[in-house]
Design a protein around this ligand. Structure first.
Ligand code: BG6
Length: 492
C-alpha cells in the first residue's frame, strides 16, 4: 500500500530559532522528508531566522549537517538534498529590536501571494516580541499562520498571558498550537478506529468499559534539558498536553465532522468534565516520583539530582494519576495516566479494558475468563491489538485461552511511518487546524492541572524515589492495585 502524495500550495516557512535544537532535530528533517516524497512545490522556501549573522551558504551547510545527523542514511539522496538546500534562506533578525526585520520583509515581499507560516521554535518569552515585530512590519497576509510550541505557559495565568501576547497580533484562526502527539500516526488512527468502525462505539461507555490506561514511558532522562525540565516536571511537560490530548481523543463524543472547530469543541467538553483533583483528594489519586541512579540498556545512569543544578529539587520525573471524566458516558470509569523518564521501556500506549462477560457458561476446567482489551500502541511498533478469548485448539475439552488479534502497522503497510512533524507542518500550509490546540483547550487543561500542582507544592511529601530502569515508584502500582486492577502486562 502506498500513500497518496498531494503537492501543497507554494509557501514560505519562516522558522524563528532556525539554528536551534528543535529546528535541527525535527523541523528541517520533517520538511526534507516531504521533499523526498515530492510534496513540496517548486516555489516553496524555508527561511531560517536567528540573531547571529550568517550567509545563506553558511546556513545551508548547517542544515545539511542537521539532515546528515537526523535523517536515516538510506533516505539521504544527494539530488533531493540539493533541491532542498536550494529552498533554504537565512535572515539575521532580533526579536527584541528592529534589527534585521527589513531584510525579512524584503525577502517575503518576493513571495507575497504564497502561504506564509511563521514557526516560533524559540522560548515562549519571545513569542510576544516576535509576534509584535511581525505585526509592526506588516508581514501578516490573509494566508499567514503562526505556529507555537509548548511550553504554552507554566500554569493557567501564564498560559493566558502567552495566548494574549500572540492573540494581540494574530486572530485565533491563524494560530496553530502544536502538540506533536496529535501528529503521530497511531493517534490519528484512534479517531479512525473509533469513528470509522461501527464495532466499538456502542461499547464505548461506562456500561461496557471497565477502565482506560494511558502510558507514555520514556527510557531517556532529561537529556541536557535539566534547566528547563526542573522548572517544569512531568506534570507540566507531559500530562498537561500529550496525555490529556490522548485522553480527550479516547473520551470525546463523535464530532459532527473532522473540522477543526467540531473536533476541538468535543475535546474541550472532555477537559471541562474532568473531575477536579485538589489538596483534598490528590494523595489518593496521584503519585509523583523522581528517578535515582540505576541502569538503562546502555549502562549505568545518574540520578535526576545529579543532572540538575538545584540539589534540593522536588521536581517530579514520573507521574501516575487516576482521573475521571464526570459525564454520562464515562461516570465511574477510571482513566489511569502514567508517564515518566528513565523507565524500563520506551512505550506509549492506550489500553481500553472492557468489562468481563456477565456470566460464564464454562466449567472450571475451561480456565479463567479474561476481559477483552483493546491496546493501541502509539510507539514503538505502532499497531492495534484486540485481546479475545478463544478455545485452545486441539482435543481435550473446552479450555479457553486469550489471544490477540494483532495488527502491526509495519507489517500491514509497507510504508515508512512519518514523523508527527511532517503531517503537522504541512497541515499548517493547508490551513487545517484540526490537529492543533485551540486556546480554550490549552487553558482548560491548565485549569485542571493547576490544583494538582498546588496540592503537591503544599504537601510536605517529596516525590517518591524510583530506580532508573524500573516502572516507577511502587506507589504507582499500588494506585491501580487498590482498585483491584493492574497496569497492562506487556508494559509491567
Ligand atoms: C516533549 C517533552 O514534549 O515530548 C519531552 O518535552 C519528551 O520531555 C517528548 O521527551 C516525548 O516525545 P516523543 O515523541 O519522543 O514521545
Amino acid at each position: 500500500m502506498t500513500s497518496r502524495i498531494i503537492v501543497v500550495d507554494p509557501f514560505d516557512y519562516v522558522v524563528f530559532g532556525g539554528t536551534g535544537d528543535l529546528a535541527r532535530r525535527k523541523l528541517l528533517p520533517a520538511l526534507y522528508h516531504r521533499e523526498l516524497d515530492g510534496q513540496l512545490p517548486a516555489e516553496a522556501r524555508i527561511i531560517g531566522v536567528s540573531r547571529r549573522p550568517r550567509s545563506d551558504a553558511e546556513y545551508r551547510s548547517d542544515v545539511k549537517a542537521a539532515l546528515e545527523k537526523h535523517v536515516a542514511f538510506d533516505e539521504l539522496k544527494p539530488a533531493v538534498i540539493e533541491a532542498f538546500l536550494s529552498r533554504i534562506h537565512y535572515v539575521a533578525a532580533d526579536a527584541t529590536s528592529t534589527e534585521g526585520w527589513a531584510d525579512l520583509a524584503a525577502l517575503l515581499k518576493t513571495g507575497e501571494h504564497r502561504v506564509r507560516a511563521f514557526y516560533l521554535a524559540t522560548g515562549p518569552d519571545l513569542f510576544g516580541p516576535i509576534c509584535e515585530q511581525i505585526g509592526a512590519h506588516g508581514l501578516i497576509t490573509d494566508k499567514t499562520r503562526v505556529v507555537v510550541e509548548k511550553p504554552l505557559g507554566k500554569n493557567l495565568e501564564s498560559a493566558r498571558a502567552t495566548n494574549d501576547a500572540v492573540g494581540r497580533v494574530f486572530p485565533e484562526e491563524q494560530i496553530y498550537r502544536i502538540d506533536h502527539y496529535l501528529g503521530k500516526e497511531t493517534v490519528q488512527n484512534l479517531m479512525a478506529l473509533r469513528f470509522a468502525n461501527a464495532l466499538f462505539e456502542p461499547q464505548w461507555n461506562s456500561a461496557h468499559i471497565d477502565h482506560v490506561q494511558i502510558t507514555v514511558a520514556e527510557t531517556v532522562g532529561v537529556e541536557g534539558r535539566g534547566d528547563y525540565y526542573d522548572t517544569s516536571g512531568a506534570l507540566r511537560d507531559m500530562v498537561q498536553n500529550h496525555l490529556l490530548q490522548l485522553l480527550c481523543l479516547v473520551a470525546m463524543e463523535a464530532p459532527a465532522n473532522m473540522d477543526a472547530s467540531s473536533v476541538r469543541g468535543e475535546k474541550l467538553k472532555v477537559l471541562k468534565a474532568l473531575k477536579p483533583i485538589t489538596a483534598l483528594n490528590a494523595e489518593g489519586c496521584t503519585v509523583r516520583g523522581q528517578y535515582r541512579a540505576g541502569a538503562s540498556a546502555t549502562g549505568a545512569v545518574p540520578a535526576y539530582l545529579d543532572e540538575v543544578t538545584n540539589k534540593q529539587t522536588r521536581t517530579e520525573t514520573f507521574v501516575a494519576i487516576k482521573a475521571e471524566v464526570s459525564n454520562w458516558r464515562w461516570a465511574g470509569v477510571p482513566f489511569y495516566l502514567r508517564t515518566g523518564k528513565r523507565l524500563a521501556q520506551r512505550l506509549s500506549e492506550i489500553v481500553v479494558r472492557f468489562k468481563p462477560v456477565p456470566h460464564s457458561i464454562f466449567d472450571d476446567t475451561a480456565g479463567a475468563l479474561s476481559a477483552n482489551e483493546l491496546v493501541i500502541r502509539l510507539q514503538p511498533d505502532e499497531g492495534v491489538k484486540l485481546q479475545l478469548m478463544i478455545k485452545d485448539p486441539g482435543p481435550g475439552g473446552m479450555r479457553l485461552t486469550r489471544v490477540p488479534l494483532d495488527m502491526s502497522f509495519a507489517s500491514a503497510f509497507k510504508v515508512r511511518n512519518p514523523d508527527a512533524y511532517e503531517r503537522l507542518l504541512l497541515d499548517v500550509v493547508r490551513g487545517n487546524a484540526t490537529l492543533f490546540m485551540r486556546r480554550d483547550e490549552v487553558e482548560a487543561a491548565w485549569a485542571w492541572i493547576d490544583p494538582i500542582r498546588e496540592a503537591w507544592d503544599e504537601s510536605r511529601d517529596a516525590p517518591k524515589s524510583y530506580t532508573s530502569g524500573t516502572w516507577g515508584p511502587s506507589a504507582a502500582i499500588a494506585l491501580i492495585e487498590r482498585d483491584g486492577r493492574n497496569w497492562h502486562e506487556d508494559a509491567v
